[in-house]
Design a protein. Structure first.
Length: 309
């Protein structure tokens, strides 16, 4: 499978057994991809501050039914950290989405199912709008649309999602402040979102810390949020009359913030033609907090509810 656009690299088979790791050339941007299984293609996109390893509890089970591709978004994990550029366009969800389409095409997949959590869900939203022929079915985990969330900002949202307003501050204020103690910022961020004690595997947490220790990663993450507050909102406004064509499953944590502050299904019915959804008994990260429930939900929606061949 590794061709001119792919190079096999060392990964974490002790965490994701049965998978192989590659650096994929996504039209000039190097994207780290973890690939396993066989069957219809399924792309998994992580959020902040995680990497593709956030899927380690669900990916092996899904690989019995799908060819699972779990990537690091540009700027995150071991993917490249390109410059943000004018208006932070390098970290627009349009650019992040284009990376992922290029990865899947490099693997020979023109059309695929797509699951996005957190920032990965925002890239997935844009991917479904910009590349409708590429997305068969779309799962969005624990997000409402970006513009909807910003438009509804009030005391409750601002206090629970403080980093949306901290990370967008001009360079290099957030970068410099986080650099004082990256582990502390990362640990507090995750601890505030995880509601099932012990859900994050210590080996995976160590990887999150390793990646967050890189100043280039922290800068890229700030650029991601700066883009979300600016150019992403411009792109969304330009596409206000467009709708996601693929069927959408919206999932959220019953113990988290998004479901407490938003009617999640209703927000996505403003953006897509076919939406269903429900809450899961967890916080922000069901793939780590209640993986078996998430696997069942994904199999039911994606048409692989038999548990594998």
């Amino acid at each position: 499978m590794a061709g001119r656009e792919m190079m096999k690299v060392t990964g974490h088979p002790e965490i994701m057994p049965g998978f192989a790791w590659y650096d994929v050339d996504a039209d000039g941007v190097r994207i780290r991809a973890c690939i396993g299984g066989s069957g219809p293609p399924l792309l998994l996109l992580h959020g902040h501050p995680q990497t593709h390893l956030t899927w380690h509890k669900v990916a092996p089970a899904l690989a019995r039914d799908f060819t699972v591709v779990a990537t690091d978004l540009r700027g995150y994990g071991d993917s490249a950290k390109p410059a943000g550029g004018v208006d932070h366009i390098g970290y627009s969800k349009r650019m992040m989405a284009a990376d992922q389409v290029a990865v899947m095409r490099a693997l020979g997949f023109e059309r695929f199912d797509l699951v996005g959590h957190d920032r990965g869900g925002r890239a997935a939203h844009r991917l479904a709008l910009d590349h409708p022929d590429a997305v068969a079915r779309l799962v969005l985990i624990d997000i409402a649309p970006t513009a909807t969330m910003y438009d509804a900002t009030d005391k409750a949202f601002a206090s629970r999602y403080f980093w949306w307003f901290f990370l967008i501050q001009p360079y290099d204020l957030p970068e410099r402040l986080i650099a004082a103690d990256p582990d502390y910022f990362l640990d507090r961020h995750i601890a505030g979102q995880i509601k099932v004690e012990g859900a994050v595997d210590p080996r995976v947490m160590a990887e999150y810390r390793r990646c967050y220790a890189d100043p280039a990663t922290r800068h890229a993450i700030c650029e991601d949020y700066r883009a979300a507050f600016g150019i992403d909102l411009s792109h969304d406004a330009a596409d206000a009359d467009h709708r996601i064509e693929a069927p959408v499953l919206a999932l959220w944590g019953a113990r988290g913030t998004v479901g407490a502050l938003f009617d999640v299904v209703a927000t996505w019915r403003e953006k897509a033609r076919d939406v269903r959804g429900f809450a899961l008994d967890c916080g922000h990260s069901p793939q780590e907090e209640c993986p078996d429930v998430l696997i069942a939900a994904l199999r039911g929606f994606l048409g692989r509810d038999s548990g594998g061949a």
